[in-house]
Design a protein around this ligand. Sequence first.
Ligand SMILES: [Zn+2]
Length: 397
Amino acid sequence: MANAGIQSDAAVAVIDDRVVAVGSQLELERRYPDAERVDCHGGVLMPGLVDSHTHAIFGRARYEEQEQRAAGADYLAIAAAGGGIHASVRDLRQRSEDDLAALAESRVRRLASYGTTTVEIKSGYGLSLDDELKMLRVAARLARTLPLRIVPTWLGAHEIPLDFRQRRDGRRAYIDLLVHEVLPRVAAERLAVFADVFCEPGVFTVAESREILEAARRAGLGLKMHADELAAAGGAELAAALEATSADHLAAISGAGITALAHASTVATLLPGTMLFLGKALQAPARALIEAGAAVALATDFNPGTSPTVNFPLILTLGVSQLRLSAAESVVAATVNGAAALGLAGETGQLAPGYSADLALFAAEDIREVPYWYGDRRCLATWVRGKACHQFDLPVA
Ligand SMILES: [Zn+2]
């Protein structure tokens, strides 16, 4: 991860949707004399950022909870006051597919404006058959209408909905609904690439998570997990045992969890923006994960409750300042390893022959400036599959 493969005076040759060569500008100009040229003005051209963990489809923002937390309310107090995930569920269930698609489109365009070219989007604010399908149909619509690469994930196991929590057999009934009614529809309509489970004490146990994920695997979906965010409860170990594509959050991961991920193909996806926004001092042990041999990715966790940011370069800043990554490691975590966290390691996240031409241009003379100018929008342009996705004319000094 420490070697980002940086080249100077370089150019990238693209034919149709593919990178065909990366190397010296002089040599590529000789090799492709008739090519249309795009001048990058000496900026940093890198693979488009791959945001492998977002909840970008939601209705209203939950800004009131930020003040409640500042005043000392914890997760349970906010939930008791009608806030948290249940508030997003209530809101989303009342909205039409058109309404949600319009909100999500504008939010995903804002993600793209910071240099992101691939966005994973989870369901999980529906928590009923119809509302989960509605969310995933919105994701499918975004994939058709937006120039970005969108990867949909079914997160029916985000929370146990209140109507089921109030029933004595509610946990079992909700898991049965997920496995026997929602999952078969999601798979049959090909609405998701991955299934994800929120495995934390008080939400889904390790045994329940295993049951849901094994059913999802039998239905042909890839596996992801929300694991060990609040407590080390064996989530990372389960992700490793299932060879899930990624285990995400991990702020509270145990030593055994680190060892398990280091010996599995599962990517450890860290979300430092969430811990920052929640005002927590705790951050995932990124250095210990890397030193043990795990692949570490970074993502925004863009969502209305705990990480309302569309600014992926800001997450790279936190990668350096909070997780103690080098600038190169944070860029690799947000590109190469982000792609691996979506099963796209051979397709996007690298500038190399054969890869999709998913590029981001930053107003910077050194890659270290991408995390350095924190909070600034230095992205000048992005391309996805060789086509312009987002363009600014902002000469930035
Ligand atoms: Zn999440």
